[in-house]
Design a protein around this ligand. Structure first.
Ligand code: UDP
Length: 235
Protein backbone atom coordinates (compact mmCIF):
# COMPACT_ATOMS: atom_id res chain seq x y z
CA UNK A 1 0.00 0.00 0.00
CA UNK A 2 1.26 3.44 -0.91
CA UNK A 3 -0.64 5.10 1.92
CA UNK A 4 -1.48 3.90 5.42
CA UNK A 5 -4.08 6.50 6.37
CA UNK A 6 -6.18 8.43 3.87
CA UNK A 7 -8.84 11.09 3.82
CA UNK A 8 -11.26 10.39 0.98
CA UNK A 9 -13.39 13.30 -0.22
CA UNK A 10 -16.55 12.47 -2.14
CA UNK A 11 -18.78 15.18 -3.53
CA UNK A 12 -22.47 15.06 -2.79
CA UNK A 13 -23.19 15.32 -6.50
CA UNK A 14 -21.30 12.11 -7.21
CA UNK A 15 -23.82 10.24 -5.04
CA UNK A 16 -26.59 11.21 -7.47
CA UNK A 17 -25.25 8.81 -10.09
CA UNK A 18 -27.61 9.15 -13.04
CA UNK A 19 -30.26 10.92 -11.00
CA UNK A 20 -30.93 14.66 -10.87
CA UNK A 21 -31.15 14.91 -7.09
CA UNK A 22 -30.59 12.84 -3.96
CA UNK A 23 -28.86 9.51 -3.57
CA UNK A 24 -28.53 6.72 -6.14
CA UNK A 25 -28.39 3.44 -4.15
CA UNK A 26 -26.41 1.72 -6.91
CA UNK A 27 -23.69 4.38 -6.90
CA UNK A 28 -23.62 4.34 -3.11
CA UNK A 29 -23.13 0.58 -3.13
CA UNK A 30 -20.33 0.83 -5.75
CA UNK A 31 -18.51 3.25 -3.48
CA UNK A 32 -19.13 1.15 -0.36
CA UNK A 33 -17.72 -1.99 -2.02
CA UNK A 34 -14.54 -0.20 -3.13
CA UNK A 35 -14.05 1.42 0.27
CA UNK A 36 -14.65 -1.79 2.22
CA UNK A 37 -12.07 -3.65 0.11
CA UNK A 38 -9.41 -1.08 0.95
CA UNK A 39 -10.32 -1.02 4.65
CA UNK A 40 -9.98 -4.82 4.70
CA UNK A 41 -6.57 -4.47 3.08
CA UNK A 42 -5.56 -2.45 6.16
CA UNK A 43 -5.85 1.15 4.97
CA UNK A 44 -7.19 3.52 7.65
CA UNK A 45 -9.96 5.47 5.96
CA UNK A 46 -11.54 8.78 6.92
CA UNK A 47 -14.24 10.11 4.60
CA UNK A 48 -15.79 13.52 4.07
CA UNK A 49 -18.89 13.73 1.86
CA UNK A 50 -20.39 16.90 0.43
CA UNK A 51 -24.05 17.81 0.38
CA UNK A 52 -24.46 19.37 -3.06
CA UNK A 53 -26.86 16.62 -4.20
CA UNK A 54 -29.32 17.88 -1.59
CA UNK A 55 -28.59 21.50 -0.66
CA UNK A 56 -25.91 24.16 -1.07
CA UNK A 57 -25.87 27.28 1.09
CA UNK A 58 -24.84 29.63 -1.73
CA UNK A 59 -27.62 28.53 -4.06
CA UNK A 60 -30.04 28.65 -1.12
CA UNK A 61 -28.99 32.26 -0.46
CA UNK A 62 -29.66 33.08 -4.13
CA UNK A 63 -33.22 31.80 -3.61
CA UNK A 64 -33.72 34.05 -0.58
CA UNK A 65 -32.58 31.88 2.34
CA UNK A 66 -30.42 33.64 4.89
CA UNK A 67 -26.84 32.52 4.19
CA UNK A 68 -25.93 31.11 7.60
CA UNK A 69 -29.19 29.14 7.76
CA UNK A 70 -28.60 27.98 4.19
CA UNK A 71 -25.13 26.75 5.13
CA UNK A 72 -26.55 24.95 8.15
CA UNK A 73 -29.03 23.27 5.81
CA UNK A 74 -26.07 22.29 3.63
CA UNK A 75 -24.24 20.85 6.64
CA UNK A 76 -27.31 18.79 7.50
CA UNK A 77 -27.32 17.53 3.91
CA UNK A 78 -23.81 16.15 4.49
CA UNK A 79 -25.15 14.29 7.53
CA UNK A 80 -27.85 12.64 5.39
CA UNK A 81 -25.22 11.53 2.86
CA UNK A 82 -22.89 10.34 5.62
CA UNK A 83 -25.63 8.22 7.21
CA UNK A 84 -26.45 6.77 3.79
CA UNK A 85 -22.83 5.78 3.16
CA UNK A 86 -22.43 4.41 6.70
CA UNK A 87 -25.53 2.30 6.23
CA UNK A 88 -24.34 1.05 2.81
CA UNK A 89 -20.98 0.08 4.32
CA UNK A 90 -22.57 -1.71 7.26
CA UNK A 91 -24.97 -3.57 5.00
CA UNK A 92 -22.01 -5.23 3.27
CA UNK A 93 -20.32 -6.05 6.57
CA UNK A 94 -17.87 -3.16 6.94
CA UNK A 95 -17.39 -1.34 10.25
CA UNK A 96 -18.15 2.35 9.89
CA UNK A 97 -19.24 5.26 12.03
CA UNK A 98 -20.43 8.81 11.54
CA UNK A 99 -18.79 11.60 13.52
CA UNK A 100 -20.42 15.04 13.40
CA UNK A 101 -18.73 18.43 13.66
CA UNK A 102 -21.93 19.73 15.29
CA UNK A 103 -23.37 17.90 18.30
CA UNK A 104 -26.36 15.76 17.37
CA UNK A 105 -26.25 12.54 19.35
CA UNK A 106 -27.60 9.95 18.77
CA UNK A 107 -27.37 10.58 15.02
CA UNK A 108 -23.59 10.61 15.17
CA UNK A 109 -20.85 10.95 17.73
CA UNK A 110 -19.41 14.43 18.30
CA UNK A 111 -16.10 14.71 16.42
CA UNK A 112 -12.76 14.96 18.17
CA UNK A 113 -9.35 14.05 16.85
CA UNK A 114 -8.83 11.60 19.72
CA UNK A 115 -12.09 9.79 18.99
CA UNK A 116 -11.36 9.72 15.27
CA UNK A 117 -7.93 8.17 15.79
CA UNK A 118 -9.30 5.59 18.22
CA UNK A 119 -11.83 4.47 15.60
CA UNK A 120 -9.35 4.53 12.70
CA UNK A 121 -6.82 2.48 14.63
CA UNK A 122 -9.50 -0.12 15.36
CA UNK A 123 -10.03 -0.41 11.59
CA UNK A 124 -13.35 1.41 11.52
CA UNK A 125 -14.16 3.65 8.57
CA UNK A 126 -14.79 7.14 9.95
CA UNK A 127 -17.23 9.39 8.12
CA UNK A 128 -16.79 13.01 9.13
CA UNK A 129 -20.00 14.95 8.57
CA UNK A 130 -21.06 18.64 8.78
CA UNK A 131 -17.84 19.72 7.01
CA UNK A 132 -15.98 22.08 9.35
CA UNK A 133 -19.13 22.73 11.40
CA UNK A 134 -19.02 26.44 10.48
CA UNK A 135 -20.88 28.38 7.77
CA UNK A 136 -19.05 30.01 4.83
CA UNK A 137 -16.86 26.93 4.44
CA UNK A 138 -17.15 23.98 2.07
CA UNK A 139 -16.71 20.27 2.50
CA UNK A 140 -13.47 20.57 0.51
CA UNK A 141 -12.16 22.73 3.33
CA UNK A 142 -13.72 20.29 5.81
CA UNK A 143 -11.79 17.46 4.21
CA UNK A 144 -8.51 19.42 4.18
CA UNK A 145 -9.04 20.16 7.87
CA UNK A 146 -9.89 16.58 8.83
CA UNK A 147 -7.11 15.20 6.64
CA UNK A 148 -4.57 17.40 8.40
CA UNK A 149 -6.00 16.72 11.87
CA UNK A 150 -6.00 12.93 11.53
CA UNK A 151 -2.49 13.14 10.02
CA UNK A 152 -3.55 11.42 6.83
CA UNK A 153 -0.79 10.60 4.36
CA UNK A 154 -2.87 11.94 1.48
CA UNK A 155 -6.22 13.43 0.59
CA UNK A 156 -7.91 11.53 -2.22
CA UNK A 157 -10.41 13.68 -4.04
CA UNK A 158 -12.79 11.44 -5.94
CA UNK A 159 -14.35 13.25 -8.90
CA UNK A 160 -15.93 12.32 -12.24
CA UNK A 161 -12.86 13.33 -14.26
CA UNK A 162 -9.57 11.50 -14.10
CA UNK A 163 -7.42 14.33 -12.80
CA UNK A 164 -6.56 18.00 -13.17
CA UNK A 165 -6.49 19.40 -16.71
CA UNK A 166 -5.16 22.62 -18.25
CA UNK A 167 -8.83 23.48 -18.95
CA UNK A 168 -12.21 21.85 -18.34
CA UNK A 169 -11.96 18.61 -20.40
CA UNK A 170 -15.77 18.45 -20.66
CA UNK A 171 -15.70 21.79 -22.54
CA UNK A 172 -12.27 22.03 -24.17
CA UNK A 173 -11.08 19.01 -26.24
CA UNK A 174 -7.49 20.33 -26.31
CA UNK A 175 -7.22 20.19 -22.50
CA UNK A 176 -4.25 18.17 -21.24
CA UNK A 177 -4.09 16.27 -17.95
CA UNK A 178 -1.30 16.84 -15.42
CA UNK A 179 0.34 13.78 -13.84
CA UNK A 180 1.43 16.09 -11.05
CA UNK A 181 1.24 19.77 -10.26
CA UNK A 182 2.22 22.09 -7.40
CA UNK A 183 -0.27 24.08 -5.33
CA UNK A 184 1.42 27.27 -6.60
CA UNK A 185 0.88 26.23 -10.21
CA UNK A 186 -2.82 25.71 -9.44
CA UNK A 187 -3.01 29.31 -8.15
CA UNK A 188 -1.01 30.65 -11.10
CA UNK A 189 -3.19 28.97 -13.66
CA UNK A 190 -6.39 29.72 -11.76
CA UNK A 191 -7.41 26.04 -11.92
CA UNK A 192 -10.63 25.16 -10.15
CA UNK A 193 -9.58 22.03 -8.32
CA UNK A 194 -10.97 22.96 -4.91
CA UNK A 195 -11.79 26.30 -3.35
CA UNK A 196 -8.75 28.37 -2.42
CA UNK A 197 -9.25 27.99 1.35
CA UNK A 198 -9.12 24.20 1.01
CA UNK A 199 -6.09 24.29 -1.31
CA UNK A 200 -4.21 26.70 0.94
CA UNK A 201 -4.77 24.55 4.03
CA UNK A 202 -3.28 21.56 2.21
CA UNK A 203 -0.36 23.63 0.93
CA UNK A 204 0.49 25.16 4.32
CA UNK A 205 0.30 21.82 6.07
CA UNK A 206 1.93 19.73 3.36
CA UNK A 207 -1.02 17.42 2.74
CA UNK A 208 -0.67 16.01 -0.79
CA UNK A 209 -3.86 15.57 -2.83
CA UNK A 210 -4.62 13.00 -5.51
CA UNK A 211 -7.51 13.97 -7.79
CA UNK A 212 -8.88 10.87 -9.54
CA UNK A 213 -12.01 9.40 -11.10
CA UNK A 214 -13.82 7.52 -8.34
CA UNK A 215 -16.64 6.48 -10.66
CA UNK A 216 -14.46 3.92 -12.45
CA UNK A 217 -14.65 0.73 -10.39
CA UNK A 218 -11.24 -0.33 -9.08
CA UNK A 219 -9.72 3.15 -9.27
CA UNK A 220 -9.57 3.65 -5.51
CA UNK A 221 -7.54 0.44 -5.26
CA UNK A 222 -5.27 1.58 -8.11
CA UNK A 223 -4.51 4.88 -6.40
CA UNK A 224 -3.65 3.03 -3.21
CA UNK A 225 -1.61 0.23 -4.75
CA UNK A 226 -0.06 0.95 -8.16
CA UNK A 227 -0.53 4.72 -8.38
CA UNK A 228 -0.06 6.29 -11.79
CA UNK A 229 -3.65 7.47 -12.17
CA UNK A 230 -5.14 10.86 -11.46
CA UNK A 231 -3.13 13.99 -10.68
CA UNK A 232 -0.89 14.37 -7.63
CA UNK A 233 -0.81 17.86 -6.08
CA UNK A 234 2.17 18.72 -3.86
CA UNK A 235 4.41 21.55 -2.73
N1 UDP B 1 -21.17 23.69 4.44
C1 UDP B 1 -20.84 24.61 5.42
N2 UDP B 1 -19.67 24.47 6.12
C2 UDP B 1 -18.80 23.45 5.91
C3 UDP B 1 -19.13 22.51 4.89
C4 UDP B 1 -20.31 22.66 4.17
O1 UDP B 1 -21.58 25.56 5.65
O2 UDP B 1 -17.77 23.37 6.58
C5 UDP B 1 -22.45 23.80 3.71
C6 UDP B 1 -22.40 24.80 2.55
O3 UDP B 1 -23.64 25.45 2.49
C7 UDP B 1 -22.24 23.89 1.34
C8 UDP B 1 -23.05 22.68 1.73
O4 UDP B 1 -22.81 22.55 3.13
O5 UDP B 1 -22.75 24.48 0.17
C9 UDP B 1 -22.71 21.41 1.02
O6 UDP B 1 -21.32 21.21 0.97
P1 UDP B 1 -20.49 21.32 -0.40
O7 UDP B 1 -21.07 22.37 -1.28
O8 UDP B 1 -19.06 21.42 -0.08
O9 UDP B 1 -20.81 19.92 -1.02
P2 UDP B 1 -20.28 19.28 -2.39
O10 UDP B 1 -20.12 20.37 -3.41
O11 UDP B 1 -18.95 18.60 -2.11
O12 UDP B 1 -21.36 18.29 -2.73
Amino acid sequence: MRYKRILLKLSGESLMGKMQYGIDPERLNDYAVQIKEMAQAGVQIGIVIGGGNIFRGVSGAAKGFERVKGDQMGMLATVINSLALCSALESIGAKARVLTAVRMEPIGEFYSKTRALECLEKGEICIFSCGTGAPYFTTDTGSSLRGIEIEADVMLKGTRVDGIYTADPEKDPTAVRFDEITYDEIYRRGLKVMDLTATTMCKENNLPIVVFNMDVKGNLKKVLTEGGIGTLVHN
